[in-house]
Design a protein around this ligand. Sequence first.
Ligand code: F6P
Length: 536
Amino acid sequence: MKDCQAMPSLQRKAAGMPPLRELFDTHPARGTIFRASGAGITLDYSKQRVDAEVLQALAQLAEQSGFEAERARLLAGEAVNKTENRAAWHTALRVPADQQTAAQSCVEEQLQRMEALVGKVQAGVWRGFSGKRITDVVNLGVGGSDLGPLMVTHGLREHAEPAGRALNVHFASTIDGSQLFDLLDRLNPETTLFIISSKSFTTIDTLSNADTVRSWLASHCNDETLLLRCHFIGVSAAQDKMTAWGLPAENQLYFWEWVGGRFSLWSTIGLPIALALGASVFRQLLAGAHAMDEHFRTAPLLQNVPVMLALLGVWNVNFLDIRAHAILPYDGRLKYFPSYLEQLEMESNGKSVNQAGEPLDYATCPVLWGEIGANAQHAFYQLLHQGTQAVASDFILAACRYEATAHIAYHEQLLAQHQLNIANCLAQSRVLAFGDAAVAADDTPWRRYPGNQPSSTLLLERLDPRSLGALIAAYEHKVFTQAVIWGINPFDQWGVELGKQVALQLQPLLNNSGAASAAKLDTSTRALALSIQQQQ
Ligand code: F6P
């Protein structure tokens, strides 16, 4: 974060910022003014601890960090990922076909190949080794090759086309094989198709699941060529590795090095989404994201939803010293949205050196976690209301729900539940902001609510493919904007590599083939390994 002109005024404002209660008293109209909207999403940030002067200074901070030039470089597909010398051009994946440049035309080509595969599976043209149609699909992938497709597939299930609804789409990511074990126990090898989703096609978590599946299938059919042709589709940026694994070229879908793993759900990594929901739903998701890209590109900073999310985050972390951020969707369909954002935000911006490799003397990404809001009320909200940590929250809410269920006998009850859910969401942001001043206070110390916990509310008209696409893209651009202000590279993740190497070193020790290397270990790890060996 450059030591720019805006810094002293931001520091001064932070030191004297009155509580939210007072901010509303002195400026009662802030609830209707402190909002931004774009691509169908309204961001109400009036319950953030900001005033007009702070907002101006934050916009100045973004400008002085070179944000506009960096945004142009991102959107033009320039090599913004400096440590890996490549672009991060996920926005190219959602440019409508008739607007794609020559450099982007490969996107439509792969999308059409993906749609052709989806059509074959959904129409029952693609068959298993014994000639039966496919009933189940299992995505084998982890991180960005799992979390985005899982989140979207779950979130939009109500929007699935009939052909997608007929398929059961499952996800297995864990390296221990436990999710797979559970699935294989229930699935029919004759009618199950596996997607091996891995940008690098070297991720051991995914490849060990794929190898286990291969053995499972081989125990039911001894024609390996047939199995590889009928039961696996690979999705990767490493064509050679998919071929080396044995996948025929027709069973391979590609994407490119310039698509980051956690930004890849828009690419052929979205295959499980298209299978489960339908190809046209996937296109609507892309269209929603593109609408947000355009909003991000064109809207003035203080009316720009992703930029505002970013600026408020920087304000909370770097000036108000709030190091925790809760993601609270009031919608059961967004169950996996918090874990998706955990990777997007923390793997991108959990950095402590700047683009030049110099250590930072300021904080970057906060600890981010979340849960379906109404469920979290019965779990960790106690800490939000009465704990000792300052926490910023994002409430996410759809105004309309259950319009399509008018024919269902219990439609009225569902509508009433939706209203109850909205009331809970609004109640929580209100109590977090104003504490027990929101109602008649009880003086008993353990019944007091101090309030002054800041939050934003992201309001969608309804949760549908377009609005979900826009919501995800808004957070992607938030992450990028913050990275520019913090002077870090959000597109690499070197911090995940060392653990992988050390795990490989430890493996021989656990299966008794590396006793010699045990001597070099710290005593804790050595004793744990020994205990495990003794118990096995
Ligand atoms: O280890 C982290 C990571 O590289 C993520 O960035 C990525 O999304 C995930 O692993 C999976 O990688 P791949 O798609 O290459 O298997």
